[in-house]
Design a protein around this ligand. Structure first.
Ligand SMILES: [Zn+2]
Length: 297
């Protein structure tokens, strides 16, 4: 690693948003090697699983960067290939988490990990009681082209996602960069083509970061005219689960169920999103049982 790359790695993961000075294109670029490496390590994923989850997490963070505060994006893809489900949830404030699950009986002969299935995009936004949800069929089942297709078709915004993840010799993620570039109303066709061209000929974005390019410098290679940096904010793999949250959720099961869990020695819970393990002690059970008995009195 040269000094520039060391410096980039020592910084926090970050998403940088820019807009062309004429307002016709916007883009977000994320450098998130620590976030997706953490996801890989927490869930103990092989290269295929970690790549698909890294793409989903990166896509969710990029989409969330356009929301506000604790508004969030939940991306879920379900397929019939090797991977059954991949899900990522990201907040504008930079927290992101996600998981993947394998198919026990995958359909053979699919040429992408997810195969055929559906992609669901949900945005939980202030002032809306229900998540704003869109669903499309998986176009390729590789996440990157599925997300581009979703935005272009469902939301009618010409959009390109590029997500590049690089591995070290132990199959662990060492570098990750994602880009979302979108044409706004008033964008000229010739500029849209030039952006698609720039994206096609860009090469691997992780090589740019390996060579010490900053996010802004990479974005300047792609955007059709001069840009302003609109925002730059840190991103982390973070899950809000805790033993207390699990205990309050368990209370909704009722007294008989909780007494039964203790009798059957069902003490361990694993968070689906971050693989954190929680073990309930007898004290935890006593507390929950006392709380439920107090409610019923
Ligand atoms: Zn968790």
């Amino acid at each position: 690693m040269n000094e520039d790359v060391k410096k980039l790695w020592s910084q926090r993961d970050r998403v940088t948003r820019v807009m062309t000075k004429d307002g016709t294109f916007r883009a977000a670029l994320i450098h998130n090697p620590k976030t997706v490496r953490t996801a890989q390590e927490r869930h103990g994923l092989d290269p295929v699983g970690s790549l698909i989850l890294a793409r989903m997490i990166t896509g969710a963070s990029l989409l969330a960067s356009y929301l506000k505060g604790e508004e969030r994006v939940i991306l879920t893809a379900e397929g019939d290939g090797l991977i059954r489900t991949v899900c990522a949830e990201a907040m504008q404030i930079g927290e992101v988490r996600g998981f993947i699950s394998q198919n026990k009986a995958p359909v053979e002969g699919r040429d992408t990990p997810l195969g055929k299935g559906l992609l669901r995009v949900q945005r939980v936004v202030y002032g809306e009681y229900e998540p704003v949800t869109g669903i499309v069929e998986l176009r390729r089942g590789d996440i990157t082209s599925d997300l581009s297709y979703y935005l272009t078709q469902s939301e009618q915004i010409p959009s390109a996602f590029v997500i590049d993840v690089a591995y070290d010799s132990d199959d662990l993620i060492r570098q990750s960069v994602g880009l979302l570039v979108q044409a706004m109303p008033g964008a000229k066709d010739v500029d849209i083509f030039s952006v698609y061209d720039a994206v096609d000929y860009l090469g691997r974005m992780t090589e740019y970061t390996d060579n010490g390019y900053t996010p802004e410098q990479i974005l300047r290679q792609i955007m059709p005219s001069d840009i302003d940096v609109v925002a730059s904010a840190p991103v982390d793999f973070f899950c809000r689960c805790s033993k207390d949250r699990y205990k309050s959720a368990l209370l909704t099961l009722g007294l008989a169920e909780i007494v039964g869990m203790q009798q059957d020695d069902h003490r361990e819970m694993v968070c689906q999103f971050c693989s954190e393990r929680y073990t309930l002690s007898d004290e935890d059970f006593d507390q929950m049982i006392a709380a439920l008995q107090a409610q019923s009195n």
